[in-house]
Design a binder for this molecule. Structure first.
Ligand code: CS2
Ligand code: MG
Length: 408
């Protein structure tokens, strides 16, 4: 069996999905995702110019060897662009393998460990009252776990992912008006004075059972993160995400020394070599990698197995930029992983997105049900894809009130 050709498509309904389709001499094809939000053309070019010409003629069933060929063969290893490109190929090869077996992908990992996987929704509010309405909406929709993000009083712009318009709970991460980013202003003192009380009010209003998650989005210094984690511990958050940038991994000990609040990190990691020390030293509770830019199923499965040895559970990245293909790959891993924790989930199901990526995967009452179709269980409609083209977009950048650049 041979790979005969592969194509890359960039575009989608208000997203720039980077979709890879690998064709074989037996008519079976595989699909993979390389969507690197706001840098989408780069993995697409890596695939088209360097990787696709090198894999044509290879046996698509040898996914492990092809992964090693891509990773070891590059010499300049890792990085999100390369790992997204390898990840797309790897996912497409697993799709082909499971289609050949006539089984849903999770069967190849060892079968289902659960009937459905808990997901968390995003609630946001311009202020606390607005956020309470947004949480109430998701609770009523059946979600058991909700990430809560709120505008901070006195801060000149709203912080990460929150609209300044009351009642507008769409997720504001990517701005598709061009590559020049808008600026958000950050003030740690205002945040630290406000957010613990806000979380206490949310716990008070929604009771002990709701899983409350919060994303600090790399904004605090390690000492401040420890102070924050200690302050919110009585509210029993399900997790605190990215309390501090994880480049300085030893600094995370400070949080552990001061608080038992669970810590989730890893959405910007792209290899096991960024995860292994945090996992082995048991400095985190949830690993947040995404199949898209952490090298695909082969590499992420290795990270999940390492995490399992150290009581670290999964909480895969599932931001709005994720394609239904990467979400499907994660749905299969979530169905299998003995150390599954939770899955981030934003409603992707617009009619346009469903038409582009038809599938049986679905979320009901806050639980994700994996498709039983052979392979990934997602198709790709090329005539739909022809309607879209790449639209340049950007994340905001963050500055302190005096103009100093900060972490987005
Ligand atoms: C966020 C991300 O989902 C999350 O937890 O931190 O949305 C992140 O901002 C985006 O993926 C960046 O593209
Ligand atoms: Mg995050």
């Amino acid at each position: 069996m041979r790979i005969t050709d592969a194509q890359v498509f960039v575009g989608g309904p208000k997203k720039n999905y980077v979709t890879l389709k690998i064709m074989t001499d037996q008519g079976v094809y595989g699909l993979g995702d390389a969507t690197l939000n706001t840098r989408e053309t780069l993995p697409a070019m890596y695939l088209r110019d360097y990787l696709i010409p090198a894999i044509i003629g290879m046996d698509p069933r040898r996914s492990e060897d092809i992964w090693q060929f891509l990773y070891r063969g590059a010499y300049y290893r890792r990085g999100p662009i390369a790992m997204a490109a390898y990840g797309a190929i790897d996912t497409a090869l697993w799709d082909i393998k499971a289609k050949l077996a006539g089984m849903p992908l999770y069967q190849l990992f060892g079968g289902k460990s659960r009937e459905a996987a808990m997901v968390y929704a995003h609630a946001t509010g311009a202020d606390l009252e607005d956020l309470m309405d947004s949480i109430a909406y998701y609770v009523q929709e059946g979600y058991r776990a909700i990430r809560v993000q709120c505008g901070i009083p006195g801060m000149p712009t709203t912080s990460y992912g929150v609209s300044d318009k009351r009642g507008d709970t769409r997720n504001f991460i990517t701005d598709y008006t061009g590559v020049r980013p808008r600026t958000e202003i950050w003030d740690t003192d205002k945040y630290l004075r406000f957010m613990p009380d806000a979380l206490a009010a949310i716990r008070d209003r929604f009771g002990p059972e709701l899983h409350i998650l919060h994303d600090v989005h790399h904004r605090l210094l390690p000492r401040e993160a420890a102070e924050f984690a200690k302050a919110v511990e009585p509210m029993r958050p399900y997790w605190l995400e990215d309390p501090t940038p994880a480049e300085d991994q030893d600094a995370l000990r400070l949080i552990r020394q001061h608080s038992t609040a669970p810590i989730a990190i890893g959405e910007v990691f792209n290899s096991i070599w960024e995860c292994n020390k945090l996992i082995e030293n048991e400095l985190i509770d949830f690993i947040r990698v995404g199949v898209t830019y952490a090298g695909g199923i082969t590499h992420v499965k290795r990270i999940v197995d390492l995490a399992g040895l150290h009581h670290v559970r999964t909480g895969f990245h599932g931001a709005p930029s994720h394609s239904p293909l990467s979400m499907a790959a994660q749905a299969h891993l979530n169905a299998w992983a003995p150390n599954f924790g939770i899955q981030e989930y934003l409603v992707l199901g617009t009619p346009e997105c469903d038409a582009l990526f038809p599938s049986e995967h679905h979320v009901t009452d806050g639980m994700m049900y994996v498709s039983d179709e052979p392979g990934l269980g997602v198709d790709f409609d090329e005539s739909e894809a022809a309607r879209y083209e790449y639209e340049p977009g950007s994340h905001p950048v963050v500055r302190l009130e005096d103009g100093t650049m900060w972490n987005y």
